[in-house]
Design a protein around this ligand. Sequence first.
Ligand SMILES: [Zn+2]
Length: 123
Amino acid sequence: MAAKSPLYPEDQLRRRAMSWAITIKVNPEQIQVRRLPGKWGSCAPDGIVTFADDLANEAEPFQDYVIVHELLHLRHRHHGKQFKALMNALVPDWRDLEKQSRRSADREPARLRATGWATDADD
Ligand SMILES: [Zn+2]
């Protein structure tokens, strides 16, 4: 009988995201982990959530911040009040984690960027 193969970091990251999806009560169509240059994650309108493969090497609190951010986009497309209220509830120190990152959690479409992460802290 073959020994149970160890999980690759990418698999662990995907599992972590699936477990958060249950916590948040969202149902992503698919969770992908792949090379994602320049960003940590993305959430497509069709419900496919993608995380950068190198996110798997980051500290777990930072993984959680990116995972929760992207999964919450399945509920709220914008970084509005409700989005931030949920971030505050689920990842209380997300603002510090955001500052630690040299990349934003995701790259928003241009029309969202005007009210985006960095500039709408007071909405
Ligand atoms: Zn976002």
